[in-house]
Design a protein around this ligand. Sequence first.
Ligand SMILES: *[C@@H]1O[C@H](CO)[C@@H](O)[C@H](O)[C@H]1NC(C)=O
Ligand SMILES: *[C@@H]1O[C@H](CO)[C@@H](O)[C@H](O)[C@H]1NC(C)=O
Ligand SMILES: *[C@@H]1O[C@H](CO)[C@@H](O)[C@H](O)[C@H]1NC(C)=O
Ligand SMILES: *[C@@H]1O[C@H](CO)[C@@H](O)[C@H](O)[C@H]1NC(C)=O
Ligand SMILES: *[C@@H]1O[C@H](CO)[C@@H](O)[C@H](O)[C@H]1NC(C)=O
Ligand SMILES: *[C@@H]1O[C@H](CO)[C@@H](O)[C@H](O)[C@H]1NC(C)=O
Ligand SMILES: *[C@@H]1O[C@H](CO)[C@@H](O)[C@H](O)[C@H]1NC(C)=O
Length: 633
Amino acid sequence: MWKVVMFMIIFICGLLKPVSCETIELKCDEIKVLSYYERYYGNKCTITNITADSSASFIIRTSNSFEYNKIIQDVEISGGSQFYDIPREVFSTFQFTKKFTANNIGIEEISKYNFNYAANLLELRLRSNKIKKLPNSCFSNAPLLETIDLCSNEISEIEKNAFAGMEKLQYLTLSDNKIVKLDENVFRDLKNLISIRLDSNKLQVIEGKLFASAASSLTEIRIDSNEIAMIADNDGDAFARLQKLKLLNLGNNRMQQINIADTNIERLWIAQNNLKELKLNKNLKLLYAPINEINKIDFNGNTELLEIKLRQNQINDFTNFSSSLSKIEVLDISYNPITTLKVSSFARMPELVRLNLEYTNISKESLTFGTFTHNANLSQLDLSYNRLGHIDFNIFTTLTQLSLLNVDGNNLTQIPYEQMRQYFPKLSLIGISDNDWNCTYLAGMIKQLKQNNVIIRVIAKTRIFNETNVDGIRCVANNRQNHVEWNDPIEHIDDNELQYLAANKPQNPQKVVTQAGGINEVWNKMLTLELKIMSLNENFQDFKQQMARQETLRFQPEQQMQTDNRDSIVQSEVSFIKVILCVMCLIMMCFTLITIGKSVRSYMAEHRIYFPSKNVSFRRSTATIQTTMEDVM
Ligand SMILES: *[C@@H]1O[C@H](CO)[C@@H](O)[C@H](O)[C@H]1NC(C)=O
Ligand SMILES: *[C@@H]1O[C@H](CO)[C@@H](O)[C@H](O)[C@H]1NC(C)=O
Ligand SMILES: *[C@@H]1O[C@H](CO)[C@@H](O)[C@H](O)[C@H]1NC(C)=O
Ligand SMILES: *[C@@H]1O[C@H](CO)[C@@H](O)[C@H](O)[C@H]1NC(C)=O
Ligand SMILES: *[C@@H]1O[C@H](CO)[C@@H](O)[C@H](O)[C@H]1NC(C)=O
Ligand SMILES: *[C@@H]1O[C@H](CO)[C@@H](O)[C@H](O)[C@H]1NC(C)=O
Ligand SMILES: *[C@@H]1O[C@H](CO)[C@@H](O)[C@H](O)[C@H]1NC(C)=O
């Protein structure tokens, strides 16, 4: 009998332990007062170094008055912790939490129960966790959410109604997951979405109606670095419907065509696709389309373009550019087989500041008196790796603002280096590698340029060690064969350049864009930088909005009342399974007690031990028992 009871007790405790017997204390290891300039007022609670599996239940301790908990607006569970899911006790303890961050703590599952008490939550950041699936309605208990960031998880499935009821959502980030497919109605409720990021997933098709319900709010879509080959779109107007859309990033996909002619997009990123033709829209300001096969561009009457980057395409007809781009400031058409330019090619681009014509197969006939006459603001000109052979510097007479000139790789034997300062009063950087310089001549040139404070740019890749050279620039010593073919053109302007500028401190230091490595790497870098700038800008806009909203929401008495009332509800909440188990536990305990009681009674009866009667004093009863015990002995 005893053995059975013991066994059952052990067995039941074993059953109960992982479910409800383990309690973990979550305490704010740090409570920081949020400054006025941070996103939310109040305090931030940081919880560190806690490990909890799916079954753990939590006690949260702060300095622990309810009044105190109210001022926590921002909770972060930091890396170093390990959680299976979001402990909803965070939200029941800190009911005013507006921002919850739990990056890189191993969260595997997310469901609406995690947000049972998250009615005030505005911002949720769960980066670098292991979430695999977004089930239906998973955020519906946090209906005020404006920002959801699930970047770098393992999400491969998003159920059809995952975002049900999220009408306040403005910023959704699902970058760097494993999403293969999106139901065309999955974003149906997101009527106020401003920005969506789906970059670095495995999407293959974008349904034309996917973003349709956010047509009056959506301003940014980023779906770069997927495997998208097409926008499934019957009427061809997937993006035209989105009248607020200003930024579209479709880079690094498999698109063969894209229809944006009727959109209001201002910034378009379509680098690294298989595009052959483009028809632009009228509002476009920035076109970023390197590494495609584009050979036809219909500018569609656009006069707004400020920047065009078309490195590594197939453009050989420059006519449409010549006539359309009256505001253009940055034009990069390097690595295109342009071959011929006309006198008028840049004549209608008076604002041009940077012009990159590297490796465009142009010969000296393409550059003539008049080519740059109307480009007085040109500051960077790259003519490297062409077939110029000889350059008459008098055609540059108008370029008084020029600070960077690249003429590498042009089979040059001489340039008027002694007059360089007359031609270009602001020149600070020049590239002259890979030409056919006579060594004596080159040495003289380098000396003179240095005296004039012009830095000669020699990037690591073209620096010469094992042939005759001056300062790493190849030259031909007397009596040697003159021309040496170079094989590959180099990528221009690398990271060293800024160091050069810093180290050499020219008289007129100019900002220079940095590049490095292979073409892809260069463009990826530039893209990253540009995205960074945009996201900074976005954060700033965000911040401004927040500030405005906080001004209006500050100490709103109504809202506090409402949340106070919720306290009792919170306290009474016990999950169903726990109730069942507790009842079972009680029954088992009763059963055990009864059994023990019975055994004791029968033992006592057997050995004639009796409880003292109620009237008998304590001392006497002890004595009685002692005597009876002695009797037994
Ligand atoms: C978390 O744990 C690590 C290693 O156990 C320790 O180095 C670190 O100081 C702990 N951090 C805090 C805030 O307790
Ligand atoms: C130039 O633009 C026209 C439409 O304006 C277009 O039909 C043509 O294909 C374009 N040509 C090139 C070479 O881009
Ligand atoms: C470069 O120009 C030359 C001379 O016009 C021409 O023969 C050659 O095909 C061009 N190369 C390319 C790649 O367009
Ligand atoms: C050159 O730039 C300056 C300001 O940077 C501007 O005021 C001027 O109009 C520009 N010149 C031309 C010809 O566009
Ligand atoms: C470079 O110039 C030499 C003569 O100085 C000429 O023989 C050679 O063909 C030229 N090479 C190129 C690529 O133009
Ligand atoms: C110089 O070195 C480079 C790489 O180190 C090599 O490709 C090239 O052939 C060498 N040139 C001579 C003339 O030895
Ligand atoms: C190289 O240039 C120097 C000075 O300009 C000149 O004296 C010399 O004759 C040139 N050598 C050859 C082989 O052209």
